[in-house]
Design a protein around this ligand. Structure first.
Ligand code: R5P
Length: 314
C-alpha cells in the first residue's frame, strides 16, 4: 500500500516533511519549487505520480501568501499529472483567525482560503489544531483536524509534577481547548478573563479560579506577538501562581515575540513544529519544541489505508 503513497514537500517546513517521511519509511518525492526572477512560483514534480495517493506537506505560515500560493501551484501540477487523490497536509493553517466578519465590510478570509485550496484540486485536508473547530466546515471536502493535546499531555506528564498543576486558558475563547487538555492530565482549569470596562481604559485581567501556589500551564493554539501569553503569565503570577509554563501548538512568533518570551517570567514555552522553528526559537532558553511528525505520519498512513483517523485520539 505504501508504494502508492507519495509525499511532496513545499518550502514551508522541509524538516517536518522529512521527519514524516522517516516515520513512514518513505523518501520525499523529487520535486522542485522555484522562483522566476519576478518571484513567480514554478513547480516541477520530477517523478511519476499517475494514479497515486499524494500528500502535500505545507504549512501556510510566514511568508503566508507565498506558502499558500506554493500549495495551490503544487496541487495544480499534481492534478495535471493525474494523481489519483491529493491530500493537503497543512500542519498550520494560516488565515484561520479571520473566521468571521470582525466588523462591517470585512472579509472572512479563512473561508476564501479554504475555497481556493479546494478549487485548486485538493481532495482532502489534514491539519492540526484549527483556530476554531468550526473552520473544518469551511472546507467542502473531507477535513481531519488533528489535536496536539495527546502529545502535550504526554510531555507534561514526562516533564512536570502534575499533582499541583492547573491548566489555564489565556482567554475565554480558548476554554474548550484548555478543558480538553485538563481532562487528559486530570488537572483543574482556570480562565484569564480580559476586560476593558470602558473605552480608553486599560484592560483588566481577572482570573477565574484559584491559582495561588499552583504550577500553571497556559494552553493556546497560536502564539503570535506573544502579548496574550506574556500578559496572562504576568496576571497569573500577580495572583499568586507558583510558576507558569505554556503549551501552544503553533509558534507564529512574529516580530520581537521570541525576545519578549525569552525575557518574560515564563518558565518554559513548549511549541510544536507545525511551523518550522527559526534559529532564534532553537536557541531561546525557555522555548522547547516537540514534533507532530509521528502524529501526522500516522494520520497519513491511516488515510492511505482508509482506516480511522479519529481513533488516534482515543
Ligand atoms: C487568539 O484567539 C489566539 O488563540 C491566540 O491567543 C492569539 O492569536 C495570540 O496572539 P498574540 O500572541 O499576538 O497575543
Amino acid at each position: 500500500m505504501k508504494a502508492d503513497i507519495k509525499l511532496v514537500a513545499g518550502n514551508s517546513n522541509r524538516a517536518l516533511a522529512e521527519a514524516i517521511g522517516a516515520y513512514l519509511s518513505l523518501p520525499l518525492a523529487k520535486a522542485q519549487v522555484r522562483r522566476f526572477a519576478d518571484m513567480e512560483i514554478f513547480v516541477e514534480i520530477q517523478e511519476n505520480v499517475r494514479g497515486q495517493d499524494v500528500f502535500i506537506i505545507q504549512s501556510t505560515s510566514f511568508p503566508t501568501n507565498d506558502h499558500l500560493m506554493e500549495l495551490l501551484i503544487i496541487t495544480d501540477a499534481l492534478r495535471r499529472a493525474s494523481a489519483k487523490r491529493i491530500t493537503a497536509v497543512i500542519p498550520y493553517f494560516g488565515y484561520a483567525r479571520q473566521d468571521r466578519k470582525a466588523g462591517p465590510r470585512t472579509p472572512i478570509s479563512a473561508k476564501l482560503v479554504a475555497n481556493l485550496i479546494a478549487q485548486s484540486g485538493v481532495d482532502r485536508i489534514l491539519t492540526v489544531d484549527l483556530h476554531a473547530g468550526q473552520i473544518q466546515g469551511f472546507f467542502d471536502i473531507p477535513t481531519d483536524n488533528l489535536f496536539a493535546a495527546p502529545l502535550m499531555a504526554r510531555d507534561i506528564k514526562e516533564h512536570l509534577d502534575t499533582s499541583n498543576t492547573m491548566i489555564v486558558s489565556p482567554d475565554v475563547g480558548g476554554v474548550v481547548r484548555a478543558r480538553a487538555l485538563a481532562k487528559r492530565i486530570d488537572a483543574p482549569l482556570a480562565i484569564v478573563d480580559k476586560r476593558r470596562e470602558r473605552a480608553g481604559e486599560s484592560e483588566v485581567m481577572n482570573i477565574i479560579g484559584d491559582v495561588s501556589g499552583r504550577s500553571c500551564i497556559l494552553v493556546d493554539d497560536i502564539v503570535d506577538s506573544g502579548g496574550t501569553l506574556c500578559n496572562a503569565a504576568e496576571a497569573l503570577l500577580a495572583n499568586g501562581a507558583k510558576e507558569v509554563y505554556a503549551y501552544i501548538t503553533h509558534g507564529v512568533l512574529s516580530g520581537g515575540a521570541v525576545a519578549r518570551i525569552a525575557s518574560s517570567k515564563l518558565k518554559e514555552l513548549v511549541l510544536t513544529d507545525s511551523i518550522q522553528p527559526t534559529e532564534a526559537v532553537k536557541v531561546a532558553k525557555n522555548i522547547r519544541v516537540i514534533s507532530v511528525a509521528t502524529l501526522l505520519g500516522e494520520a497519513i498512513g491511516r488515510t492511505a489505508t482508509e482506516s480511522s483517523v479519529s481513533s488516534l485520539f482515543d
